[in-house]
Design a protein around this ligand. Structure first.
Ligand SMILES: NC(=O)c1ccc[n+]([C@@H]2O[C@H](COP(=O)([O-])OP(=O)(O)OC[C@H]3O[C@@H](n4cnc5c(N)ncnc54)[C@H](O)[C@@H]3O)[C@@H](O)[C@H]2O)c1
Length: 376
């Protein structure tokens, strides 16, 4: 493809702005990708985004954008609960799709998207591309090489806290800065810390160890009311979940997604074996010498600067560059057929873990997992 890929931005909210619009408008990517349409139903938001980022077409409705938009691909920056319906529409309209995490909330929906895309030769890329990160690939290789001896167990997890209600980009008074995060607290919209935050650590954990085989969990709703800028919202999604994963060969992992408290770095699992431990980015008390470590240590944004489309570019100092990176993974896949680690199959496996953990908590029964993925 000689000319740039034409992409439509669906959802001009927090991540649509910080992960897509702010990055894709910069000169360094214009030869490869160009924003040709933006879509958001919030009054005035799509038009405001189009004006600010010089995008030719603005829509309030996805069907309209798919019918009239001059686009070949889309990035979905919408609430998780509508990713499936929107992704399916885009695929059926022949558009390549980048999904923000999580791609869907159920395995069956992920299966449908993958099958429909394959049938139409449409490309899918799903966040989060944790295995694009050199430190995760290095840890995977160290564990494979037996540096930790016989692996025993791992742990990863994080807490919701009040992150979304306090995001800076939601505190303004115009269409692009007064963005209500209430869907994060609604189960039907795909809310809760597992789909939103623990998904990063689960991608790292499974990317390093390979697919899990079984899951069991306890889960429930602890905080039933949330507040955003003085307004109260009912919260009905599970916000306190602990699960145990079985990776086979007597290797287990403990995973937590809760409203408060954490014992690991955000997306960095700890691994424990007979000859030592990986704790965050240290192994046996010493920093892991992953490629690019010195550069990452000096950077304001840490190891984010090592992502392939971020390194040595203006994107390295910007927020949410990992989302931009995954969009560029789609651009490279469509334009050049370059394989990516941010596959929909990896996303589907993590989605199955989350869905099965909720089912295990409801039924009291350990769930056997059926999906796998290739570790790219
Ligand atoms: N906020 C973050 O820090 C963050 C970080 C990484 C990834 N993500 C992911 O990005 C996605 C969006 O999250 P967010 O925080 O930006 O949410 P948000 O609520 O800030 O923005 C969502 C946007 O989607 C729009 N929208 C709602 N329904 C729509 C529809 N039918 N068609 C088109 N647009 C519609 C809303 O009007 C809003 O502008 C989610 O998948 C989330 O997991 C968020």
């Amino acid at each position: 493809m000689a000319r740039p890929l034409k992409i439509g931005i669906v959802g001009a909210g927090s991540i649509g702005i910080r992960g897509a619009l702010d990055h894709l408008v910069l000169p360094d990517v214009q030869e490869r990708v160009v924003m040709t349409a933006v879509c958001d139903p919030a009054p005035g938001r799509a038009k405001a985004a189009a004006a600010k980022y010089h995008i030719p077409q603005a829509f309030e409705d996805l069907d309209d954008m798919l019918a009239k938009g001059d686009i070949e691909a889309v990035t979905l920056g919408t609430p998780i609960g509508i990713h499936f319906e929107q992704g399916l529409k885009c695929i059926r309209a022949g558009k390549h799709v980048h999904f923000n995490k999580t791609m869907t909330t159920t395995t069956a929906d992920a299966d449908t998207l993958i099958a429909e895309a394959k049938a139409r030769n449409v490309k899918l890329v799903a966040c989060p591309g944790e295995m694009l990160r050199p430190h995760n690939r290095c840890i995977r290789d160290l564990i494979r090489d037996g540096v930790l001896g016989r692996l025993a167990w791992a742990v990863i997890g994080c807490a919701f806290g009040t992150y979304h209600e306090k995001e800076g980009c939601r505190q303004g008074n115009d269409a692009l800065s007064n963005i209500n995060p209430a869907w994060y607290w609604q189960r039907a919209a795909g809310g809760g810390p597992l789909y939103d935050m623990v998904v990063y650590g689960l991608h790292a954990l499974t990317g390093i160890l390979g697919p899990a085989k079984r899951v069991t969990a306890f889960s429930g709703v602890a905080i039933r009311e949330r507040e955003f800028r003085g307004r109260k919202f009912v919260s009905d999604c599970d916000d306190n979940t602990v699960m145990i994963l079985d990776f086979g060969n007597t290797v287990f992992a403990f995973v937590h997604g809760t409203f408060a408290g954490t014992i690991t770095r955000f997306a960095n699992p700890n691994f424990y074996g007979s000859k030592g431990a990986v704790v965050g980015l240290d192994m046996n008390g010493k920093p892991i010498p992953y490629p690019g470590k010195e550069e990452a240590d000096k950077a304001k944004q840490g190891y984010q600067v090592l992502l392939p489309h971020v390194r040595n570019t203006p994107h390295r100092e910007m927020e949410e560059a990992h989302v931009f990176e995954d969009i560029m993974q789609l651009v490279d896949l469509v334009r050049d057929g370059t394989p990516t680690a941010s596959t929909p199959e990896h996303a589907r496996h993590v989605i199955e873990i989350i869905e099965a953990a909720y089912r295990a908590a409801q039924t009291g029964q350990t769930q056997t997992l059926g999906t796998t993925f290739e570790q790219v």
